[in-house]
Design a protein around this ligand. Structure first.
Ligand code: THU
Length: 137
C-alpha cells in the first residue's frame, strides 16, 4: 500500500506552480497527484491568448497521470499564492469525480495554510459514470 507523503506532494505542487504558464491572469496554480503506484504527476495551469482554451493545473496533473497509464489517484495537492487556500473550479471538480473520485484533496497556499477535502465534498450530488450505467440497463 502506498503511504501518502503529504510534504513531498505539497513540494511537487509548489514546484509545478513555478512552471505554470499564466501570462494573462498572472495567477499561477500548481497541482500534484500521487498514484497508487507511488508516482507523482504534476502540472501548472496553462493559459492561451484564446482564453477559454486555458487548462487548470489540477487537470494538467490528473490528465498527465492518466496519460501515463495510471488509473488510481490517492491524493491531489493544489497550491496557490492566495490569502486563503484555493477553491478548484467546477470543471476540475467534475474531472476529479470522474478520474479521482476517492482521492484526498489538499488545498494549500504558500503560507502553509491547508484544507483537506474530497471530490464528493467539493461536488455533491454530482453527475457521474454510475448514472450512465443506470440509464443503459
Ligand atoms: N486555475 C487553476 O489552474 N485551477 C483552479 O482551481 C482555478 C483556476 C487557473 C485557470 C487560469 O489560468 C487562472 O487560474 C485564473 O483563473
Amino acid at each position: 500500500m502506498t503511504l501518502v507523503d503529504y510534504e513531498a506532494l505539497a513540494t511537487a505542487a509548489q514546484n509545478a506552480r513555478n512552471l505554470a504558464y499564466a501570462p494573462y491572469s498572472r495567477f499561477q496554480v500548481g497541482a500534484a497527484v500521487l498514484t497508487a503506484s507511488g508516482k507523482i504527476f504534476c502540472g501548472g495551469n496553462i493559459e492561451n491568448a484564446a482564453y477559454p482554451l486555458t487548462m487548470c493545473a489540477e487537470r494538467v496533473a490528473i490528465y498527465s497521470a492518466y496519460a501515463a497509464g495510471e488509473r488510481e489517484i490517492l491524493a491531489l495537492a493544489v497550491v496557490t499564492a492566495t490569502d486563503d487556500v484555493a477553491s478548484p473550479c467546477g470543471a476540475c471538480r467534475q474531472v476529479m469525480i470522474e478520474l479521482a473520485p476517492q482521492c484526498e484533496v489538499l488545498l494549500l497556499n504558500l503560507q502553509g495554510d491547508e484544507r483537506r477535502t474530497s471530490p464528493h465534498e467539493l461536488l455533491p450530488h454530482s453527475f457521474g459514470p454510475s448514472q450512465l450505467d443506470e440509464a443503459n440497463r
